[in-house]
Design a protein around this ligand. Sequence first.
Ligand SMILES: Cc1cc2nc3c(=O)[nH]c(=O)nc-3n(C[C@H](O)[C@H](O)[C@H](O)COP(=O)(O)OP(=O)(O)OC[C@H]3O[C@@H](n4cnc5c(N)ncnc54)[C@H](O)[C@@H]3O)c2cc1C
Length: 465
Amino acid sequence: MSQPRGAVVILGGGPGGYEAALVAAQLGAQVTVVDSDGLGGACVLTDCVPSKTLIATSTTMSVLHGAEDLGIRAGGRPGWGRGSVDAPRLYARVKALAKAQSADVALRLAAAGVEIVTGRGALAGPGAVLAGGRRIEAGSVLVATGALPRVLPGAEPDGERILTWRQLYDLPELPAELIVVGSGVTGAEFAGAYQALGSQVTLVSSRERVLPHEDADAAMVLEDVFRRRGMTVLSRSRAAAVKRSGDGVLVTLEDGRAVRGSHCLLTVGMVPATQGLDLESAGVTLDGRGFVEVDRVSRTTAPGVYAAGDCTGVLMLASVAAMQGRIAMWHTLGEAVQPIRLDHVAATIFTDPEIATVGVTAAAVESGQVDAVAVKMPLATNARAKMQGFRDGFVKLFARRGTGIVLGGVIVAPRASELILGVSLAVEQSLTVDQMAHTFAVYPSLSGSVTEAARRLMRPAGDEL
Ligand SMILES: Cc1cc2nc3c(=O)[nH]c(=O)nc-3n(C[C@H](O)[C@H](O)[C@H](O)COP(=O)(O)OP(=O)(O)OC[C@H]3O[C@@H](n4cnc5c(N)ncnc54)[C@H](O)[C@@H]3O)c2cc1C
């Protein structure tokens, strides 16, 4: 049996914490995870996993709405047809799945020999943690305590009508008229999902368009789809206050307009869960907003203290949290380690259609920050897209001018989250558009548009944006 290579204590059992624990245990360290709210973290119990489970149902509803166009008669067979949503059953499924996923994480950690302490922990200097009424000494500490929904003053959630996304799954029914405040990734995902589930949705966006930080073409496709499906999108409209009003809610906008609905969902960002951890007295520097400052191997300013995930505010994704956590363990346990590369992170917005991205952005190319050529292939002409009955979407590819090395891409399509892997692989491995274009894609397939985009860029100058 290998000897313990050191003791590691991890604060927080989300992807930042538990993935790190698995790596550290694999390397022979003695590992303790302290978690207050359930293994898997907010990722598994309240945020990522529940929302994607809800979206699995809403996407199926969208498919059912389009069924007649594919030659399916509604209600032709028991259990088939358009259907409507059984909210208590849907929410019970969401919560059961999250719980089961959390139990799977607990089993994996137990099988790896990781000790679990249930309760809140705090640092007691750089090399120790106080948790569960004891002091746990450790060579290294990893802080992975996540983040919490930001609350707007004047729009405090009550868990009944004014809600954060963590309170949705306790509702007794679907909101009849849902006002979603905030049109970033979380707002767009829930607005699209509830519209498909049968709610009448109003999306309040303080910016010119939905998804202001994402690819502009992709955001425009989505906003167009939202409006066509009957959603009210209020652009350049900032919410000033949200109050209960009779059986519903009243959202007052900064310009004085009022929007009424049955429920309001607030998706206005996250704040770091870094209070009460005694981080600063242990020498850990926080930035102005309270996020833990880390370098690219997850080191904080205190020797032996690392941080990973949403509490660092680096890129609030489960995959990034997990990678930061693993890197921290490889680094502290003396393994060879590559600093994290955020420019290669693949991400998806799970709307319908999905928006998946990797590598450089159109904004970086358009501003001249990156010298690249680009091509955009609408999916409306893709044979598989026609067969499946959709036309909203595209494949966009960026390649370095001259060398043709693939630098990034954007895919807007159903299951774009799966399709992006080919582009992600090309970016990671510095493949050229020639190499992509010579790769077989199945006919007919949506991925055929990815290789076709690469083929278009084989022309010496490529298309300009
Ligand atoms: C609605 C929504 C949908 C999302 N969907 C996706 C997605 O599809 N894909 C994706 O990659 N990302 C998604 N994310 C982001 C993802 O959920 C986060 O990036 C991820 O949860 C970060 O993991 P973490 O380990 O940093 O923190 P968390 O998952 O928040 O886990 C932190 C854990 O630490 C515990 N904790 C806090 N303080 C203490 C303490 N003092 N002592 C002990 N334990 C403590 C918490 O209770 C929690 O269990 C989504 C986020 C939201 C809000």
